[in-house]
Design a protein. Sequence first.
Lengths: 260, 332
Amino acid sequence: MSNNILEVKGLCKYFGGVKAVDGIDLQIPKNTIQAIIGPNGAGKSTTLNLLSGTYFPTHGSIQFEGKDVTSLSLHQRVHLGVARTFQKIRLFKQLSVLDNVIAGFHIHHHIPLWEYIIPGKAFKKDRLDCQQEALDLLKFVGLEHRAYDRAGSLAYGQQRLLEIARALATRPKLFMLDEPAAGLNDTEVQFLMDRLISLKNKGITIVVVEHNMKLVMNVADQIFVMDHGEYLFDGKPSEIQSNPKVIAAYLGAEIEVAHE
Amino acid sequence: MSNQASQKSSFPRWVWFALVFAAIAVIPMLVGGSAYWKSILISIVLNIMLAMSLNLILGYTGQLHLGHSGFFGVGAYATTLLIQKAGFNFWIAMVASSMMAGVIGILLAFFATRLKGHYLAIASMAFAVILHQILLNWDSMTSGPLGIYGIAPPPAMTIFGKLIKFNDQVNLFYLVSIFAVLVYIFLDNILRSPIGETLRAVREDEVSAASLGINTKLWKIFSFGVGAAIAGLAGSFYPSFVGTLVPDSFAVVESFTYLAMVIVGGMGTMIGPVIGAIVLTLLPEVLRDIGDARLLVYGITLTLVILFMPGGIVQGFKSLISKKTSTTSSSN
């Protein structure tokens, strides 16, 4: 088996006549942070939706740890160790912060069937373990003090972090984040960068679709640039910054804005 | 709404159950010899079972299901027909017809849960209408609109050497109450388990739920299956206390009564549907003396509850209590 956790060949997604993603090849090595960047409408989020199984591709194949997962849907890929967050935050807003994370343990319960009806030792142990592990995850994203508040009452940046904690509860090997820094302030972006690197150090492979160049350039090991649904360039952050094609398509405008 | 901290507060659960059993034992004595009120007590308990089971589908899984009367009807007719035409014992017929209602619930969910919101509501309502029409028109089986008469109560049982007959409505009330308590404990336990978390996740956001590995279709089917089986169980006791069975008892309108019970009591809480069923079964009876004006009062009460307690009576009381405690303790 190769060292790649994810191998994508000829990935296409057409919406009617629109070619949102058109022939992407992508290899993601284990235990790295891969960023996907590109101008608005380049097909980054669609690519992430295809990789996670939220959409099915029109053509192409996706292999996860050497296994073909092209036809597996979102919830099936979670069982293999793929987790994701959403560009538009999708929390269980009416539930408590803690209950949001606990819901993420769905695939990890070990309770014999009868204990669902007559709770016993295994049931109680599961409840306590879930609670403790969820609190640990909340601590990891700095939200343990809000554990019993309603998720909908959190500030925007905190909601993004909660979504990350909830997805981590599935214990992923491959974690995909769709614009995690969108709407965060500088301190929060700094914290997020720190958390992503810490996850990588724990052995989790990360794919991040992001517009925030500070985050991308600082945490990514490898950057994949898309434009008009197609591959444009890929390489290390330093190579990306000096590539004329990338600058023309995307970075040029961005750098000017962020110059200050 | 459902955080674990609030569930642990107040009395331990066994205290509550002791109080409930005491109440069940005492209540029939309060109504004295009135056969009419005894029969109302039984219908309250059946309505509690129906509201609780609808709440599983509607309040916990978030599926706008408007055909619950259909499952109730399956339970009632299947039990009676299995006894009369196939010679089944009541208890076996009860189990079989609950399972039948459950299977029909699973089949309905298999097709209907592709739909969401209003479309699911229409599809599930259509199911109840179709079932009502089958009961009306399958003359050879159901006797159509004439109905089935002279249905016997469950057979007598000997407990601790005492013969207990269920043509005595007080005994029948105790019997259905025991089943209602069992249903409550069953639902309460599974909703405190990871299954409860899973169903609530499906209710809140299906895409998010799928991103946590939840097979949303499967769990919606589960919810419909269990909810339908409980409604079927309630249905199997219905003919034995009314004595007659006519299709109109399972008209689609009845589904809206159960819906009102869940909403007025408090959707997505365990105790809400119980309170809703008690209030909305008693209200028309208490108001019977004022004639047709009772419909007006009933309607106004419903409107007021929904206007001023959008989360139902349970939520209304909860916010009232939390307001009081926050003004007295001034902390937080």
